[in-house]
Write a protein that binds this ligand. Structure first.
Ligand SMILES: C[S@@+](CC[C@H](N)C(=O)[O-])C[C@H]1O[C@@H](n2cnc3c(N)ncnc32)[C@H](O)[C@@H]1O
Length: 193
């Protein structure tokens, strides 16, 4: 049983206690016009995806933990899987979110490339995570690292990987120990620059 399977019944309470969520920043960067499809990769108990349902055509949570997925509210579609090998065709979603998942992954760059692959032309990817370039981010990383392996990428590294997949920066919000980064895939046929 994985760490997240064990803590699933308590996850939402921890999340609130530690103030992990920054819904305004993330929602802002998702830039929902209404009627989009969202994939929340490592979306856990699905609370955030469910909160956006009124503004979405469809919301999916993909997660490796069956116990986290079991708590996803009805109305949000679920899929057990690996962030580094998403079981969806290219361009399947208008919005893709990775919130506090990247630093848990063995191969975070592969997960970023997969997010870039499944986002549709004109769509957006948002990455919300610890910021290891800030002192408070490194402290949070150290505390979490006492419980499980942690490999946070810097905002620059995230930008480099998504840039190599032809995504363009589309906004950034900074907290004391976290960062939320927005990227967009240009429409097909759009000129570079
Ligand atoms: C800290 S929780 C974040 C949950 C949610 N995104 C949030 O912001 O509250 C990390 C989640 O990533 C999931 N996870 C870890 N490794 C994964 C992998 N390789 N593929 C998909 N999900 C994974 C865990 O099961 C857990 O639900």
């Amino acid at each position: 049983m994985s760490f997240f399977d064990r803590i699933a019944p308590h996850y939402d309470r921890f999340h609130d206690l530690l103030r992990l969520g920054h819904p305004e920043a993330v929602t802002d960067l998702l830039s929902l016009a209404g009627g989009e499809t969202l994939l929340d990769v490592g979306g856990g108990t699905g609370r955030f995806a469910a909160s956006l349902l009124p503004r979405l055509a469809e919301a999916w949570v993909l997660d490796a933990s069956p116990a986290m997925l079991a708590r996803v509210p009805s109305g949000v579609r679920t899929c057990r899987g690996d962030a580094a090998a998403l079981p969806f065709p290219d361009g399947s979603f208008r919005r893709v979110l990775l919130s506090y998942v990247l630093h848990h992954l063995e191969d975070p760059r592969a997960a970023l490339r997969e997010a870039a692959r499944v986002v549709a032309p004109g769509g957006r990817v948002v990455v919300h995570d610890l910021d290891p370039t800030r002192r408070a981010g490194r402290l949070a990383q150290g505390l979490e690292g006492a419980l499980l392996p942690v490999r946070a990428l810097s905002p620059e590294e995230v930008g480099k990987v998504l840039g190599s997949c032809c995504l363009l920066p589309a906004g950034r919000r900074d907290g004391s120990w976290w960062v939320a980064l927005g990227f967009r895939r240009p429409e097909e046929g759009a000129r570079k620059g």
